[in-house]
Design a binder for this molecule. Structure first.
Ligand code: SF4
Ligand code: SF4
Length: 72
């Protein structure tokens, strides 16, 4: 698993906090990467663990989270 992760390009996770209503769906789906902050908004806590699966993006009811490959 670690070997598979290391071969993936880094993922950029963007959370539009102004659109996030704090439902917690994304954080519940991905406890290793996402959590809720003190204001009740989704936040990224461990970006290195993101596989780029985009489940968070597909399930966000407010289109508030986007995942894509980091462009350097
Ligand atoms: S699923 Fe969307 S609206 Fe719900 S907490 Fe996550 S980013 Fe916010
Ligand atoms: S893309 Fe997948 S691994 Fe990355 S934050 Fe979203 S649900 Fe988690």
């Amino acid at each position: 698993m670690a070997e598979t992760l290391s071969k993936l390009s880094p993922q950029k996770i963007i959370i539009h906090k102004e659109w996030c209503k704090g439902c917690g769906i994304c954080a519940a789906l991905c406890t290793k990467v996402l959590a809720m902050d003190s204001r009740g908004k989704a936040t990224v806590v461990n970006p290195a663990m993101c596989t780029g699966c985009r489940r968070c993006e597909y399930h966000c009811p407010d289109f508030a989270i986007h995942v894509g490959q980091e462009v350097s």
